[in-house]
Design a protein around this ligand. Sequence first.
Ligand SMILES: [Fe+2]
Ligand SMILES: [Fe+2]
Length: 229
Amino acid sequence: MEKITTRSSTVFKSWHITSAVRSRPYAYHFSVEDFTQSEPDLWFPRALSPALAHDSAKQLSKKDLLVLHAYHLIHFMDYTTRLEMGHINETVQCIISGDLKHFFDKDEQLNALKLYTDEAYHALFSKEIAAPVANHFCLERINSARINSLDQLLQNSPQSLNGITRFCIAFVSETIITNELYNLIRDSLVTPVANMLIDHLHDEGRHAIFSQTVSHNSGISYQSLRRII
Ligand SMILES: [Fe+2]
Ligand SMILES: [Fe+2]
């Protein structure tokens, strides 16, 4: 199979100066003024959640609505942290030194390590955004149902398909989160939240290209998906 390495390598060529962790200021801390923002949609746009857009939400007071929107934000942040550390970076470990290493050449493995670094940084700022918001609004943290489903999918897959299953989960999740981040930044948001989402999307554009090219190069996307799903 002819490789399309040029595009895959090109997207990480200037990683050392353009990735969020190397080029963006750490502007994710909330000021006192940020917490005075009382417009619910500034914390999480209602258009992105069926629950927030539901008729029953319209009956809530503005104060309760504000808490509900903030809750959606921390839920999305906690989901992101667990996805990056528990699924995406576990897959990268398989690519570097696990079941999937023979599908990828050395350049792809080095680029995967750059992606690993990005994802660890995304997990860090997602966690740092969630903690003060949860604290300010006195919100309980619960596990993401989507992450629980992914964990279950992995547990139910045969041991011999573990690496491939991880790859498919990571590939699909990377595609979904890029779209979700893009939709989130289209609305006005509290400044640290907006900074964080923009910086995350900045890296995910590169990751989406990398995921597509390595899945094409390895030839494991179609065949493996058909065996698993
Ligand atoms: Fe990410
Ligand atoms: Fe990513």
